[in-house]
Design a protein around this ligand. Structure first.
Ligand code: GTP
Length: 155
């Protein structure tokens, strides 16, 4: 278990165990890889981030992950792998989020991308994201580098 503070100084716990905080998390976040590049979305308010969002009623977390990737980037998930789960004690309450790694089969242009401006591809993510105002707060704590490390170890 890793513990740290997020960009807003909220406490975060991250674990690579099998669903340590909730079997039924309400949020998902998906680190997407397409043709050797990282696939992000540009959220209209938060900026660049990996796609994700809330699990809807009647949906599994995996189904939500596949849906959110499609809605926010137009991408079809080929393979979805659970990476870990994190717990944020935010100002508005507790958020428990599953992190997945997804290999993307295809990127299909959409008419609209919900609350985002759609897909953005990076061959490498820039260094120093915490000081880069193009990027979302979600990309600015230890969740991202620790999950990236985990993904690389298991590839
Ligand atoms: P909507 O309800 O969709 O309008 O979004 P919201 O931002 O109000 O709600 P959400 O439940 O997604 O997030 C509530 C708060 O939890 C955010 O303002 C953050 O403080 C925190 N939070 C949500 N997701 C993350 C995350 O991935 N990382 C971190 N560090 N905090 C998060």
């Amino acid at each position: 278990m890793k513990t740290f503070y997020d960009f807003y100084q909220n406490p975060v716990q991250l674990s690579f165990d099998d669903h340590p905080f909730s079997k039924d998390p309400k949020h998902v976040w998906i680190i997407c890889r397409y043709k050797g590049q990282w696939l992000l979305t540009k959220h209209k308010d938060r900026g660049l981030e990996f796609p994700g969002g809330k699990v809807e009623s009647g949906e599994t977390a995996e189904e939500a992950a596949i849906r959110e990737v499609k809605e926010e980037t137009g991408a079809d998930v080929e393979e979805l792998r659970y990476i870990g789960q994190y717990h944020v004690e935010g100002k508005g309450g507790t958020v428990i989020k599953n992190v997945y790694f997804a290999e993307i089969a295809e990127l299909v242009e959409q008419d609209h991308y919900f609350e985002t401006d759609g897909p953005v591809l990076f061959s490498h993510l820039p260094k120093g994201l915490a000081n880069n105002n193009r990027f979302s707060f979600m990309m600015k704590d230890e969740v991202l580098p620790l999950c990236m490390e985990r993904i690389e170890q298991h590839n």
